[in-house]
Design a protein around this ligand. Structure first.
Ligand code: IMP
Length: 184
């Protein structure tokens, strides 16, 4: 099944296409004023479905740092100016020994008949002392994954998709689609 994906983030689009295949981006202008990843994903997917009249998906994702009380969390895209977000996290964690964090992705799927559901993927890791690696996007260079001995930005796209929060959320979404008999 072909989905509209409510995003202007070309990295998210690429990752969705690598796993889901037929995905068409749509730019929707909607306020992400939910209080959870799931609520924000639903807000975006509902708007895209309303606009197109077709099935739509949206991802709301972010980095939750334990020593920062889970911040930036749902505010990951607005945490600081573009280009300074990773540096801000590193500054906040200067001298901090507790560096555990998780990436979260919530995906919402919304259908024209009103059916909707969400799926979540999470992955735990550690915040590094400085950025490493050029792949991926966003906070990937400062997110170290002990099972690979690398940051997310040092993984190949294939490995990131297999291990990442978004990859896991998309797989969980596919499972739900299958269980509901939605053709794929
Ligand atoms: P959203 O568009 O509101 O979901 O913003 C998510 C923000 O979280 C992005 O702009 C990134 O800063 C961050 N983020 C989400 N997923 C990833 C990822 O896979 N790698 C690195 N940063 C991510």
């Amino acid at each position: 099944m072909r989905f509209y994906l409510a995003t202007t983030n070309h990295n998210k689009l690429r990752e969705f296409r690598e796993i889901l295949g037929d995905v068409e981006p749509i730019d929707i202008d909607v306020e992400e004023n939910g209080s959870s990843f799931e609520e924000n994903a639903l807000i975006k997917a509902r708007a895209a479905c309303r606009l197109t009249g077709e099935p739509a998906v949206a991802d709301d994702s972010g980095l939750c740092v334990d020593a920062l009380g889970g911040e930036p969390g749902i505010y990951s895209a607005r945490y600081s100016e573009v280009g300074d977000r990773k540096a801000k996290i590193l500054r906040e964690l200067q001298g901090e020994v507790k560096r555990s964090a998780k990436f979260v992705s919530a995906i919402a799927a919304v259908f024209p008949d009103g059916e909707e559901f969400t799926a979540r993927g999470e992955v735990r890791g550690e915040i590094t002392d400085k950025p490493y690696g050029d792949n991926g996007f966003g906070y990937d260079p400062i997110f170290y994954m002990p099972e690979f001995g690398k940051t997310m930005a040092e993984l190949t796209p294939e490995l990131k998709n297999a291990a990442s929060h978004r990859g896991k959320a998309i797989q969980a979404m596919l499972k739900q689609l299958k269980a509901r008999g939605v053709p794929q």
